[in-house]
Design a protein around this ligand. Structure first.
Ligand SMILES: *Cc1c(COP(=O)(O)O)cnc(C)c1O
Length: 459
C-alpha cells in the first residue's frame, strides 16, 4: 500500500470507457462487467489510480466501502432498468440508443432536487441573474467556477450527478468574478463565499487565484470557503503536484488579506485519512493558515455504522480538522441504494457522538438539505402520548425559522422530509405556508422574465 501511495504522484484517471483497463477488475466475469458498464452509462463514473491502489481494499470488494464509494454497483439502478441497459450493451447497441435509454432513466432519478435551479438565483442590482451562483442562506453565496466542475473521482452517491452526465450543460458555472464581486458589494450581509463544483481543487493554482484574488478586495467578505474532496481523493494536490506550493501560498494570501479560508473537506470514510499522504496534505493545508471543516452524508454500505463515524471524527480531530456536518443522503440519483432511515441515522449519529470527546461533537446532524433549509433530526420524543421526531432548521430560507423545534410523527421507515407527517394533529409544518409563497414568487419571476423576453422579441 505505501508503495502505491508514494508512487502514484502522477494523476491518472479512469472513466466509464476505461473499465476494462483497470487491472484490479480483471477478476470480474462477463456479466459483472456488463452490469458495471450499464450503471456507468447512466450515472457518473470516474476514479483515479490513487483511490484504486491506496484506498480500496480489493480483498473486500465488492463490499469494501471505498469500492462502493467510487465504483458502479448493479443495485444502483432498478432491476428492470439494469436489465434493459445490460441487454443493449450485450447486443452492441449504438451509442445514441444507449444514451437515449440512459436519459429516460436519469429523468426518473430526480436530477434537480431541492428546487436549486429556480429558487436560489441571486440577482444583480440591475435585476440580471448572477450566473454560476446560488444564494439560499443569507450569509453564504455558492459560486461554481466553470473550470472546477469535475472531480478527482466521482462519488457513487453524488447529489450533483446530473451535471456530470451532461443533464445540466454546466448551466450553474461561471468563469467571471466581476459580477460576483458586484453582488457581494451590493449585499454586505453576505460574509461567506463558497467555491464549489464539482471540485474547485481540480483547477491549477494560477486559475484558482483568478477566482480568489478579486474576492479578497471585497471589504464585507469574511470567509472564502472551498468545498472539496481533494484531501481524500487526491491529497497529492497539496503535497506533490507541481503547483502544490503555489496553491498553499494562495491559501496564505487569503489569511494575509485578513480573511478566513475554510476548506470544507468531504471525507466519507476513515480509510481516506489512513494514508501518509492524506495526513501530510491536511498538515500542509493547516500550515497555510486554513481551517479544515469536514462533512459527508451517511450512506448504506459505506459508513452506516457508529464505529465508522467515531473513527472518522477521531481521525479528523487528531489531524486538526473540525467535524462539521453529517448529512442525510439526498433524494436524487441512486438514493434508493444508499439511503438509511432517518431513525437509524439518528441512532448512528448519537452512538458515534457518545464515543468521541467533545472536540468531535462539533459535528451536527443528521441533517437534510431540503428546499426549505437544512433540517436537523434532533431526537425522538414522546409528546402527549405520540412518538415524534424532534426537528429544527440549522439553516433556512427564512432565517426566522432557524432553531424553532417542530415535530413529525415518528416513522421508522422514513428516509427524507417528504416522507414525514406533522405530529400532534397539525395539518402542515409551520414553515409550509411561507414556503408556498416563496415558491410562488420564484415562479412569478420566471414568468416575468419569459414575458419580458417575449416582448423584446415582439418589438
Ligand atoms: C449548507 C449550505 C450552505 C452553508 O451553510 P452553513 O451552515 O453556513 O455551512 C450554503 N448554501 C447552501 C445551498 C447550503 O446547502
Amino acid at each position: 500500500m505505501t508503495d502505491a501511495t508514494e508512487s502514484s504522484t502522477k494523476f491518472q484517471v479512469y472513466g466509464a470507457r476505461d473499465l476494462d483497463q483497470i487491472p484490479q477488475l480483471a477478476g470480474l466475469d462477463a456479466r459483472q462487467r456488463l452490469e458495471m458498464k450499464a450503471v456507468a452509462a447512466v450515472l457518473p463514473f470516474r476514479v483515479n489510480r490513487y483511490v484504486v491502489e491506496a484506498l480500496i481494499d480489493w480483498s473486500r470488494a465488492p463490499d469494501d466501502p471505498m469500492y462502493r464509494l467510487t465504483f458502479p454497483q448493479p443495485g444502483m439502478l432498478e432491476r428492470a432498468d439494469l436489465e434493459r441497459m445490460v441487454a443493449l450493451l450485450r447486443r452492441g447497441a449504438p451509442a445514441s440508443v444507449l444514451a437515449e435509454r440512459a436519459r429516460e432513466i436519469q429523468a426518473r432519478l430526480n436530477p434537480h432536487p431541492a428546487g436549486q435551479q429556480e429558487l436560489n438565483v441571486p440577482r444583480l442590482p440591475s435585476g440580471r441573474p448572477l450566473a454560476g451562483a446560488q444564494h439560499k442562506y443569507a450569509e453564504t453565496v455558492l459560486f461554481f467556477p466553470s473550470q472546477g466542475q469535475t472531480c478527482h473521482a466521482y462519488c457513487s452517491y453524488c447529489f450533483r450527478w446530473a451535471q456530470f452526465v451532461g443533464l445540466e450543460e454546466l448551466r450553474f458555472a461561471s468563469s467571471e468574478t466581476t459580477p460576483l464581486c458586484e453582488y457581494l458589494t451590493a449585499n454586505p450581509g453576505v460574509s461567506d463565499v463558497l467555491l464549489t463544483g464539482g471540485d474547485p481543487m481540480v483547477m491549477r493554482a494560477k486559475l484558482l487565484r483568478r477566482y480568489i484574488e478579486p474576492l479578497l478586495a471585497v471589504e464585507s467578505l469574511q470567509t472564502v470557503r472551498v468545498g472539496t474532496k481533494a484531501p481524500a481523493y487526491w491529497p497529492q494536490r497539496f503535497v506533490t503536484d507541481s503547483d502544490a506550493d503555489e496553491l498553499l501560498r494562495l491559501f496564505e494570501e487569503v489569511r494575509a488579506a485578513g480573511k478566513h479560508l475554510a476548506v470544507m473537506a468531504h471525507y466519507t470514510h476513515p480509510a481516506e485519512l489512513s494514508t501518509d499522504i492524506a495526513q501530510r496534505a491536511l498538515a500542509r493545508i493547516r500550515g497555510a493558515g486554513a481551517v479544515v471543516r469536514t462533512q459527508s452524508p451517511l450512506l448504506r454500505g459505506i459508513n452506516d455504522r457508529a464505529a465508522t463515524w467515531a473513527a472518522l471524527w477521531r481521525a479528523q480531530v487528531r489531524h486538526g480538522a473540525v467535524p462539521y456536518y453529517m448529512f442525510v443522503e439526498r433524494d436524487t440519483g441512486a438514493r434508493r441504494y444508499f439511503e438509511v432511515p432517518l431513525a437509524r441515522a439518528l441512532d448512528v449519529y448519537n452512538d458515534a457522538i457518545r464515543r468521541c470527546s467533545g472536540l468531535a461533537r462539533t459535528a451536527r446532524g443528521p441533517s437534510m438539505s431540503a428546499a426549505s433549509g437544512k433540517v436537523l433530526i434532533d431526537g425522538v420524543a414522546e409528546l402527549r402520548g405520540e412518538r415524534v421526531f424532534v426537528l429544527k432548521f440549522l439553516q433556512a430560507r427564512d432565517p426566522a425559522w432557524v432553531g424553532r423545534p417542530f415535530f413529525a410523527r415518528f416513522d421508522a421507515g422514513a428516509t427524507w422530509i417528504d416522507d414525514l407527517q406533522p405530529a400532534l394533529g397539525a395539518r402542515e409544518f409551520f414553515f409550509e405556508p411561507e414556503m408556498r409563497r416563496i415558491r410562488d414568487r420564484a415562479r412569478l419571476r420566471v414568468l416575468d422574465a419569459a414575458g419580458a423576453r417575449a416582448q423584446l422579441g415582439a418589438s
